[in-house]
Structures are given as C-alpha cells and as structure tokens.
Design a protein around this ligand. Structure first.
Ligand SMILES: [Zn+2]
Length: 376
C-alpha cells in the first residue's frame, strides 16, 4: 500500500495443514518474500514470480518498466485483471561524506523512525554491501533536545573511513538499500517479515492461477494475472499497464491496516482485525457492482470479510485501474496487516488463505461480457 500524500521457514514451522497453503506454495512464498524487490528495481523478483506462474498460464507479457502479466485465454475479448504490486519500499544512497558515512533518500514510504540500529543491504554492481544505520548511544543522550530520527540525520556506516573506501566497495549515489530479511512465523499462524506489502499479494494472485490450473477451469474470458511495479511511489506500474491491457473488470489486492494493536486508532483507521477475513473497501473508485459481486461470492462461499470506508482514494492500485483506460470497474480485496512499512509486517495465515479463496471464487463467478454499468 502506498503512503498516501497528505528467517524462520514457513513450510517447517507452520503446524496446520491447509488445502491452499501447501508446502510447495509456502516454500515459494518464503522464496519470493526473501528476495528484495525495491521500487524501480523489481526485475529479479519479477523473474522469480514469472517462473512460478508460467506453468499455470497460456502466455505472458512484460512491459518496459517490468510489470509482468500472466494471461489465461489471451484471445478472449472480455478481459479480467487480478492484480497485486511487486515492489517494496527501500532507500537510495544520496550523499557520501568524506568520512565515509552515507545519507539516504526514501524510495517509497520508508520509515525513518525504525531505521536506527537496523542492518541493511546496499545493492551494487559488485554485489551486496552490508551496512548499518548507526545512532548515538543512550549514554550520551541528555534527554533534552535529543535527536529524533529523520531523513536529515539517519546515516549508514559500512565500515569505511573515507568516501574513497566506500566507493571502492562499489557504492555510489543511486544505489538502492533495503533492510535485511527477517521472515518468520509467530505462534504457527502469523507470517512476519519485510515487505509483505505487497509481495503477499503477488503470492496470493499466483495461487489463484495455480488453483485454476489444477482444477482445469475453463474461463469464458481472458484472465490477466498482473504483478505491477512501482506502486509505492504513486501507483505508477498500474497506471501504465491498465492502458496496455484495457480490461473490462479489475480486482486488486493489497494490504490494509489492522487496528487492534496499541496506538492504532479505530476512529481514524476503522475496526479491522487480522484473522477476521479479507477487507472490502468502499470508495468512489471501488465500483459498486464489482463489490456486490465479491460480497455475493463471499456470502455464497462462506468466506468471512470485513468492511472499510476509504476517504477519497484507496491509496492502492485500485485507483489507477478505476481511473485509467477510460474507467475500469474495479474493486479492492485487502489483506489486514500489522506494522505497515516496518521490517515486522505481520499477517494472519487464515486471511492469506481467505483472500486467495475470495479472489478465486469471485473470478470463477464472473460471466463473459458481464456489463458492470450502473444503468443503461
Ligand atoms: Zn506500501
């Protein structure tokens, strides 16, 4: 989810068996999550994702900026998109001091508050360079006028004593930086790690492709399983791909805030809980007939869901689909998530499964040529 303007082994440490989250699926999930995919530099993650879905689709396309679309029934006239975004927030190397410290710039909504004492990977042509966000010790802070982390004062230390030494490692202005991987499972039922926003989405739409393939479903329309780049900097990948596909319907998935943890406000962000099911948003960009279709499907299938009202935009690729290509009837199915844009983003595995089930069932219940207009 874009910030609006204004390693444990999952397959081993997860106890419960599940019809959708098979050991193979969980192994792919962990591999996909542990692969960095910074905004603008998503290629390796996209290749990994494409390799996984290729057996489940008839064809695929890759657009110039790296959005990947797996297509089932490419000849069909009526086109349905299911979509997630592939990119993750990160930092850019911005300024290297003569003493060898590195200042950074945000690439997406990276959180400066959590940066001090984090370990990072700097991606260079010579490979990964390790570094840490340093911070003055508690002993030397007075309590009065203590520094508060901001992009003006957080800095990286990669163990070098000069700018020349930093450059020798291959680090230059524009190198991209992510926090280290820390995927794990909490209490057998929560997946925790970096950038579940929104690679969990890429994982979930890939599972829909797998399920359709395994059950040999014959869809009467074209299904475009779309993993867009550059969501975190303003829904850019979706803005591009909606024009290329020009779909008739789009179902987007992303994460949304769980509001049950300390210091979250239900007044501000609604009453949403991990474990209580997919979240369906109401917003002008969300097409009421597509939403009705999804709610009808959830009810028929007994899939639990929660409701959320968005003010103006949803802040997800739904907006780009809705307002692109002369208007695409679109809806949003969100995965509740705790601690968004930190390294410990946390979701409930039941929700992951239910989002997959809901997208899968909603797609199967669509008819070719289904006219979503409010009236004629
Ligand atoms: Zn996000």
């Amino acid at each position: 989810m874009a910030k609006k303007r204004k390693a444990g082994k999952a397959s081993r440490s997860t106890k419960r068996a599940s019809s959708i989250l098979t050991p193979d699926a969980l192994a792919f999930m962990e591999r996909y999550l542990n692969n960095p995919s910074p905004t603008g530099f998503e290629t390796e993650g996209q290749k990994l994702w494409l390799d996984y879905i290729r057996p489940y689709v008839d064809s695929y396309l890759v657009d110039p900026y790296g959005t990947v679309v797996g297509v089932i029934n490419p000849e069909a006239k009526y086109k349905v998109v299911i979509e997630a975004h592939a990119d993750e927030i990160s930092w850019f190397v911005h300024y290297i001091t003569k003493e060898g410290f590195i200042y950074v710039r945000r690439n997406g909504g990276s959180d400066h508050m959590i940066a001090p004492s984090k370990r990072v990977n700097i991606y260079t042509e010579k490979g990964i360079v390790k570094a840490v966000f340093g911070w003055p010790a508690i002993h030397v802070r007075t309590g009065k006028n203590d520094p508060v982390p901001s992009t003006d004062n957080i800095f990286l230390d990669c163990g070098c004593g000069s700018k020349e030494e930093v450059e020798k490692l291959g680090v230059h202005v524009g190198c991209v930086v992510t926090f280290e991987d820390e995927f794990m499972v909490l209490n057998g039922k929560h997946f925790t790690g970096r950038a579940l926003d929104n690679r969990m989405g890429g994982f979930m739409i890939a599972q829909v492709a797998r399920l359709l393939n395994e059950e040999k479903a014959k869809l009467p329309f074209g299904l475009y399983i779309t993993n867009s780049v550059q969501e975190e900097v303003g829904l850019r990948g979706a803005e591009m791909i909606v024009e290329r596909i020009r779909p008739d319907v789009a179902i987007v998935t992303d994460v949304t805030h769980d509001t049950q943890t300390p210091m979250m406000s239900k007044v501000q962000s609604g009453d949403i809980a991990c474990g209580k099911g997919p979240v369906l948003s109401y917003a002008p960009a969300v097409h009421n007939n597509v939403l009705k279709h999804i709610i009808g499907t959830a009810t028929a299938q007994g899939i639990p869901f929660q409701r959320l009202a968005a003010s103006r935009a949803t802040g997800t690729d739904t907006d780009a689909f809705a307002y692109g290509a002369a208007g695409v009837p679109s809806a949003l199915i969100s995965l509740p998530l705790r601690y968004m844009h930190t390294t410990v983003e946390t979701v409930h595995r039941d929700d992951v499964e239910n989002v997959i089930r809901l997208i899968h069932a909603s797609v199967k219940a669509l008819k070719a040529g289904q006219d979503m207009r409010y009236f004629k």
